[in-house]
Design a binder for this molecule. Structure first.
Ligand code: ZN
Length: 133
């Protein structure tokens, strides 16, 4: 598997409208608008930082994954995303190594990326996302 870089850090927020102020006004990162991924019940906002990005995640429904996460852990860093060259190959390799996956097949994420999550129980507690763009 070839990991190319840290693609983004996913940060759960109550409200992108409120949360974006720190990232854009205080840190001066470019706010490039929001995108809703209906399938994942989430609205996202990306802020480019050099070769990587910060992704803010706001739940659009009380039963969505971000809402559930926030119920347990509150706002904060929710996942780390690695960009891979070939997500299908990466998932096949991880499966062969016995790594527990949340997504056995990639699905569509924000920005048209193919994404898949590894189970935090397999990674020492970190929700890891693979993405291919
Ligand atoms: Zn992400």
């Amino acid at each position: 598997m070839k990991i190319l870089k840290i693609d983004h850090l996913g940060i759960a927020v109550n409200s992108i409208d409120e949360g974006k102020n720190f990232w854009s006004e205080v840190l001066g990162l470019a706010f490039e608008g929001t995108e809703t991924v209906a399938e994942q019940k989430v609205t996202t906002a990306f802020f480019p930082v050099g070769e990587s990005e910060v992704e803010l995640l706001e739940s659009t429904a009380p039963d969505g994954p971000i809402a559930k996460y926030m119920e347990k852990k509150g706002a904060g860093i929710q996942h780390i995303a690695f960009r891979v060259a070939d997500i299908e190959a990466a998932l096949a390799e991880l499966k062969e190594k016995g790594v527990r996956l949340i997504d056995e097949k990639p699905r569509m994420g924000a920005g048209g990326a193919k994404i898949a999550f590894l189970h935090p129980k397999a990674t020492g507690g970190v929700l890891v996302e693979l993405c291919e763009r």
